[in-house]
Ligand binder design. Sequence first.
Ligand code: PGA
Length: 249
Amino acid sequence: MRKQIVAGNWKMNKDYVDSELLVSKLLEQYNHSQTEVIIAPPFTSLLCSSNLLKGSQINVAAQNMHFAENGAYTGEISAGMLKSIGIQTVILGHSERRAYFNETDTLLAKKVDTALQHSMRIIFCFGEELADRKSGNEEVIVEGQIKNALFHLPASAWENIVLAYEPVWAIGTGETASPEQAQDMHAFVRKTIENKYSSDLSSEVTIIYGGSVKSTNAKEIFSKADVDGGLIGGAALDVTQFTAIINAF
Ligand code: PGA
């Protein structure tokens, strides 16, 4: 079902001790809201974070996982391992995974299938690079990323998919897509899903925006009709900023 989500992607930040501190501060400052709040700490902080958040309304997600069930994949973490510590949600396809770890649409389709087999919810990231936008190709790129990794799925699988539009040129750069640019792309994505599946399904899919969202611009971005929340990087490491973003709805 379509909901409002604010998710914090901590990336490779915060060791075990700092994670406990950050989660404790978040618990102190967070007030109940209609918005679903998710944090995605590094693997080493998943368990301590979810232990601290037990009984709260804040959920914990992993930033990545492997597609295989288990085996000789040194350094990797499987869906079953995440489930075994109670993690139900995973971010897949983040542009940093695509750029630095060569994650392709084909690989992501496999990860998507594995996560769904484990009844996990997926926050699936996609977005164009600056050159694509400059050449007017942003819709072609985004459509391709979504089709290649997700359009083999039956309609029923989509209840476990959250989409995150993250233009690469806006991630960690301080440059945000304008609220209109975000709205235009979200509406385009919804239309693409409607054409493939149905208008019922496309109107139910949660589509969040990511890329330099801060407390100062969140309200305007979230006010757009097809923007259902945000995936927050840098600002999620600062509890005051993050809670202000949650309260921006
Ligand atoms: P940022 O990162 O908010 O620091 O731009 C967003 C993301 O990568 O999810």
